[in-house]
Write a protein that binds this ligand. Structure first.
Ligand SMILES: C[S@@+](CC[C@H](N)C(=O)[O-])C[C@H]1O[C@@H](n2cnc3c(N)ncnc32)[C@H](O)[C@@H]1O
Length: 217
C-alpha cells in the first residue's frame, strides 16, 4: 500500500485550513457551509482509501501516537469525521471491549465505512451520518473522542466527553493537511474549554495533540 499522500494543491490546502479556522473560532457559522462540505466529501468518497491510503500505517501513525500519550482504557469511543472508517476500525482493534461510534457528514463516506463491518450482531462498532457541530449524543457519552484530518468543534467535544475523558486531534500530513487547525489555536481553544494535560507530537508525516477534559467524572 502506498504511503499516505495528499494530492491536494495549494488552493485546496488554503480552503481546507480556512474552513478549519472558521469551525474553531465561529462554530455557529458552520450551517452556512456544512452542506457544501458534505457534498464535497460525498463526491470524494469513491476511491478515497486508494487515493489517500487511509488505513495504512502512515495514515494511522498519529492516532496511535496520540493514544500512547493518553494511556486510556475507554469503554465508549467516538471517532469524528470518520470518513471510510479506517481510524474507527483501528480504534476497535485497539480497544476490543469498547463500543466505538464513527460519525461523518457524508452519506457516501458512511456507506463505505458501513460496508467494511457489514452486519455487526453485537453492535459494538457502528457508523452514522451526523454533524460534529451538533452531535446526536448526550452529555458525558464518551470516554475518548478522536478525529483525524477534520475541523475541530471544541464545545461539542467538551459536551459529549465525560470529565477525565481523553481527546486526540490528529493530522496525517501536518502542515500539508487541508483539514488541519494550527496547534497554537488548538491549544488555546482546549484550555478555554476546560481541557488539561495537553501533549503533542509528530509521527509519520503527521502531527497530533492529546488532552483530557478536566474533572474526575
Ligand atoms: C479529510 S476527510 C478525513 C476522513 C478520515 N478521518 C480519514 O482520515 O481518512 C474529512 C472528513 O470529515 C468529514 N466532516 C467534515 N466536517 C464534518 C462535520 N462537521 N461533522 C462530521 N464530519 C465532518 C467529511 O465528510 C470527511 O469525510
Amino acid at each position: 500500500m502506498p504511503e499516505y499522500r495528499s494530492a491536494a494543491d495549494r488552493k485546496t490546502i488554503l480552503v481546507g485550513k480556512t474552513i478549519c479556522r472558521l469551525a474553531a473560532v465561529a462554530p455557529w457559522a458552520w450551517p452556512l457551509i456544512g452542506k457544501s462540505v458534505g457534498r464535497f466529501f460525498d463526491r470524494a468518497a469513491a476511491g478515497w482509501d486508494e487515493r489517500t491510503a487511509a488505513g495504512s500505517a502512515g495514515h494511522l501513525a498519529t492516532l496511535a501516537a496520540g493514544l500512547d500519550s493518553l494511556e486510556v482504557k475507554p469503554e465508549r469511543v467516538l471517532d469524528l469525521g470518520c470518513g471510510t472508517g479506517a481510524g474507527t476500525l483501528f480504534l476497535a482493534r485497539e480497544f476490543p471491549r469498547a463500543g466505538i461510534r464513527g460519525v461523518d457528514l457524508s452519506e457516501s463516506m458512511i456507506s463505505q465505512a458501513q460496508a467494511k463491518i457489514g452486519l455487526d450482531p453485537e453492535g459494538r462498532v457502528s457508523f452514522r451520518v451526523g454533524d460534529a457541530s451538533k452531535l446526536p449524543f448526550g452529555e458525558d457519552s464518551f470516554d475518548l473522542v478522536t478525529q483525524v484530518n477534520m475541523p475541530v468543534f471544541f464545545g461539542e467535544i467538551a459536551r459529549v466527553l465525560r470529565p477525565g475523558g481523553g481527546l486526540i486531534i490528529a493530522t496525517s500530513l501536518g502542515e500539508q493537511t487541508p483539514f488541519s487547525t494550527p496547534e497554537r489555536l488548538i491549544r488555546r481553544k482546549l484550555a478555554s474549554h476546560g481541557f488539561g494535560e495537553l501533549n503533542s507530537g509528530a509521527a509519520g508525516e503527521g502531527t497530533w495533540v492529546s488532552a483530557k477534559l478536566e474533572g474526575s467524572g
